[in-house]
Design a binder for this molecule. Structure first.
Ligand SMILES: Cc1ncc(COP(=O)(O)O)c(C=O)c1O
Length: 337
């Protein structure tokens, strides 16, 4: 049982069969029929003109940022944004793009007033602000649809592009009980990770206009991300998007189950109402030795993260009964220590 992340998910049986039987070609020549079919289908399905398959979510975000912004230009994002904090500074290192982070509000949104103040005037002293990048879900929280509408208006008013790091955008759509297009329609570009809660082994998508995706394709090649018989991966990716979406609700239910049970334990501070999708954060009292707990659980075949707050992620490879076992083992650890 591994509660560290939804990235640990194993491909499903249907994915393994589809991968074994995928018809492939050289995708750098544009010859891989399975990749081509996925890109065309995904663009249509999400309401964009075009799509590109990438090796990872990090690469999809980087291609997005580099296709929107040039050298000496700037993107606005959250302090907690994955594409600011957790991607090795790739936009700055590889794209010469300056990030302008803004503190995220407790619900994950970015305040438009603060964003407005951060937009640089047209002055030779400043980098040129080109893009606002949002993330949905962010730390498991869902950005409200009204907020997305406002973000669209805000970027139009300020002549900015709007990008979504949609690594877990399907979790957001399931939590809101809306079609994915109701989220996607607000953005100029969007990424989707196929290899997180949707269980594909590898790969993400970047979506946008034809012109934008053509730029991204050039950059992907430059970054060494042009893959050859990648249809083997796309075959699993298509199943991720067609067969794995509906079951995300189970992960959300399991997250609530875990949060509710853990919140009853001594020293665990969890706001159960804040658990909206598949991620649970628990603030632990100082007397709980998290490293010792992690190491004890590992001996019992349960892998968790370390840190405080402690993050638990629910996914296809952990069931409700596993959640109950985890809680029981944590209870035992706390009682014994
Ligand atoms: C919100 C978000 N965006 C992007 C990524 C990057 O995805 P990858 O690990 O495939 O590079 C992650 C990874 O966990 C993520 O959580």
């Amino acid at each position: 049982m591994d509660f560290r992340s939804d990235t640990v998910t194993q491909p499903t049986e249907a994915m393994r069969i589809a991968m074994a039987n995928a018809i492939v070609g050289d995708d750098v020549y544009g010859d891989d029929p399975t990749i081509n079919a996925l890109e065309i289908w995904a663009a249509e399905r999400h309401g964009f003109e075009a799509a590109i398959f990438t090796s990872s979510g990090t690469q999809a975000n980087l291609l997005g940022l580099m296709s929107h912004c040039g050298r000496g230009e700037e993107y606005l994002c959250g302090q907690q944004a994955h594409n600011y904090k957790f991607e090795g500074g790739g936009a700055a290192v590889l794209g010469s793009i300056q990030p302008q982070p803004i503190q995220n509000e407790p619900n994950g949104t970015l305040c438009f007033k603060k964003l407005e103040q951060a937009i640089k005037p047209d002055d030779i002293h400043f980098a040129q602000t080109k893009l606002l990048s949002l993330e949905n879900t962010i730390n498991g929280k869902v950005l409200p649809l009204d907020y997305l509408r406002e973000a669209r208006e805000f970027t139009q008013r300020h002549n900015l592009q709007l990008h979504l790091d949609g690594a877990r955008v399907y979790n957001a759509a399931v939590a809101l009980n809306v079609d994915i297009k109701e989220i996607a329609c607000h953005f100029d570009s969007m990424t989707i990770c196929l290899s997180k809660g949707l269980s594909a082994p590898v790969g993400s998508l970047l979506l946008g206009t034809k012109e934008f995706i053509t730029r991204a394709r050039r950059i992907r090649k430059m970054l060494g991300g042009g893959m050859r018989q990648a249809g083997i991966l796309a075959a699993a990716g298509k199943i991720a998007l067609t067969e794995q979406v509906n079951r995300l609700q189970t992960d959300h239910d399991n997250a609530k189950r875990l949060a509710t049970s853990l919140s009853e334990l001594d020293g665990f501070d969890i706001n159960v109402e804040h658990v909206q999708t598949n991620i649970v954060f628990a603030k632990l009292a100082p007397h709980i030795d998290t490293l010792a707990m992690q190491s004890q659980l590992k001996k019992e075949g349960i892998i968790i993260s370390s840190g405080n707050p402690l993050r638990f992620v629910l996914h296809n490879d952990v069931q409700a009964s596993d959640v109950d076992i985890l809680v029981e083992r944590i209870r035992r650890f706390i009682t014994a220590n």
